[in-house]
Write a protein that binds this ligand. Structure first.
Ligand SMILES: [Zn+2]
Length: 347
């Protein structure tokens, strides 16, 4: 296959390096054919690809993903286009909505590779052009920002709402970024990692809390007020909306004690087999709302980054070449050090 590289004219290249997840939970770098752009596809030369919490989950369940090429948070440059594809040109810088074709999610090969194929690209649906104001690294952050934006859309949060985010890893920070862009300024965040509390401060949290310093409910009460109830030993905090971006039982237990009557509990992190304290949900007429992935928020996320309303560049703490993808994953698991870790195929 002839792959056009805009910077160098056309060169004949047929092989690429990809990383495959093995049953052992480690990656193997192998040489393989560069994917073909069938009539309906485009092939993208990967610039940067972020490691997602869901990637860490797939590595933990690696037996079910043997040989898969992961990587779904990517930016890159179009280098081959099928004859039936419209509206996209060689050299266009793009990102993709990976959920449309499960790119890098276990089914369709993803972008921890030098090249990735986007099947049946439709501009504005599963492929998006990047304006010049969004560099390759910011381009790899569009997908997680879109997750945050979708969660905020699901919550209906508006300026003036009192909001709490439990967990300020990359997704919690993207929720915070989307809230701030919407004019929601009363946002408290809670995270045991000093690094992650620092990210939240950088993104404009009103106050941050380390659970080691005491109950989150007391902390939230200090900012948003509290209510005494005859059937509760301790007063409840009075947040309008709580986002769970941590996915652990202790957070859910505190979340239901942090919401005012009629408040909303947003489940953003994968709660696995966590139990939601149902009695308080009933007594306080709480709403529990799930949020996963995104629907049509890509254009808005791109506009937020391009305008400068949202700047997530501080979140990128580490970059690794594809050949060190195991080290990259180990770093992403280190909440005390890592924000977003990017893998760069280094074409
Ligand atoms: Zn992701």
């Amino acid at each position: 296959m002839r792959v056009g590289r805009p910077s160098e004219g056309f060169a004949i290249m047929t092989k690429q390096m990809v990383s495959r997840l093995m049953k052992s939970g480690r990656f193997e770098i192998t040489e393989t054919d560069i994917p073909d752009a069938g009539e309906q596809d485009v092939v993208v030369e990967v610039a940067s690809c972020g490691i997602c919490g869901s990637d860490l989950g797939m590595v933990r369940a690696s037996a079910g993903f043997d040989g898969a090429v992961l990587g779904h948070e990517f930016s890159g440059r179009v280098v081959a286009i099928g004859s039936k594809v419209e509206g996209i040109a060689n050299g266009d810088r793009v990102t993709a909505n990976p959920m449309v074709n499960f790119i890098g999610l276990g089914r369709t090969p993803g972008a921890f590779a030098q090249y990735v194929r986007i099947p049946a690209p439709v501009l504005g649906r599963n492929i998006f052009k990047l304006p010049d104001a969004i560099d390759d690294e910011a381009g790899a952050l569009i997908e997680p920002l879109t997750v945050g934006l979708h969660a905020v859309n699901r919550s209906g949060a508006m300026a003036g709402d009192k909001v709490v985010i439990f967990g300020t890893g990359p997704i919690g920070i993207c929720v915070l970024a989307a809230l701030r862009a919407r004019g929601v300024s009363d946002v408290l965040t809670i995270d045991p990692s000093a690094r992650r509390r620092g990210f939240a401060q950088e993104m404009g949290a009103k106050a941050v809390h380390d659970p080691v310093d005491g109950s989150a409910v007391t902390f939230i009460s200090g900012h948003f007020g509290s209510a005494e109830l005859p059937y509760e030993k301790e007063p409840l905090a009075q947040a309008d909306i709580v986002f769970d971006c941590a996915g652990v039982q202790a957070v859910l237990d505190e979340a239901v004690l942090s919401l005012k009557h009629g408040g909303k509990l947003m489940l953003v992190a994968d709660p696995h087999d966590i139990v939601v304290p149902a009695r308080l949900v009933m007594l306080h007429e709480l709403s529990i709302i799930g949020a996963v992935g995104y629907e049509d928020e890509f254009d808005e996320a791109i506009a937020m980054l391009a305008s400068g309303d949202v700047d997530l560049s501080f979140l990128v703490t580490h970059r690794f070449p594809l050949s060190q993808i195991d080290e990259a994953f180990a770093m992403q698991r280190n909440a005390e050090q890592a924000g977003k870790v990017l893998v760069e195929a280094g074409n």
